[in-house]
Design a protein around this ligand. Sequence first.
Ligand code: CTP
Ligand code: CA
Length: 224
Amino acid sequence: IDALFQPKDLAGRKVLITAGPTFEPWDAVRGLTNRSSGKMGWALARAAWERGAEVQLVAGPTALDEPYGVRWVGVETARQMREAVQAALPGVDVFIAAAAVADWRPAAAQPGKLKKQSGEPPPVLYLDTNPDILAEVAARADAPYCVGFAAETDNLAANAQAKRLRKGVPMLIGNIGPQAFGRDDNACVLIDANGMTELPRMDKLALARRILHEIAARLPNDQS
Ligand code: CTP
Ligand code: CA
């Protein structure tokens, strides 16, 4: 019901959102991933849809139901996520990178399943660095308004401020990862060129509505 009362200030805007973790295969049954549940990305997609936006969600593997009202594409790896983002990018006004993209992937995914050999030492896992999807989008000449997320474990304010500048994005939302993963609520800080605003702990949908409100207020309104 609350959905009806959200201002339609994103009508005519296209919003692209990444969500969830990525999964980086090591062999046919094993891989690297992380604790992102996708709930914040889903809430952001819903909040953008409520404000009238055309929403495209690109999501890694999660246990969540298909979101209502938004276009959705499922991916597994960071490289697949980057490809789906680039394909969806033309005409996008806002890019929100809520996904917890794996920073590294096993350098060579093994076909089949690695088997234990008795008496052998354990295998060594070599990693390669994944592309930084957000930094790549933000660096484009035709970049949409970009919003990053940062899950930190300590020094939230300083780490998040530094990350906003390093990523070259106008807005970064920072939180303490272990206090957010999998939960239905979260607390965070919103950082932009004007400084930092604390958003107190609230339900992820309420938080997403607040974040979309802040984004909508910052969009240039020259729509042609
Ligand atoms: N991100 C991304 N692609 C990556 C890594 C991160 O798009 N390969 C995005 C995330 O979706 C998030 C933002 O970048 O919006 C920050 O992610 P984070 O992991 O906090 O930053 P990193 O630069 O990877 O730094 P860290 O060493 O703290 O992990
Ligand atoms: Ca990272």
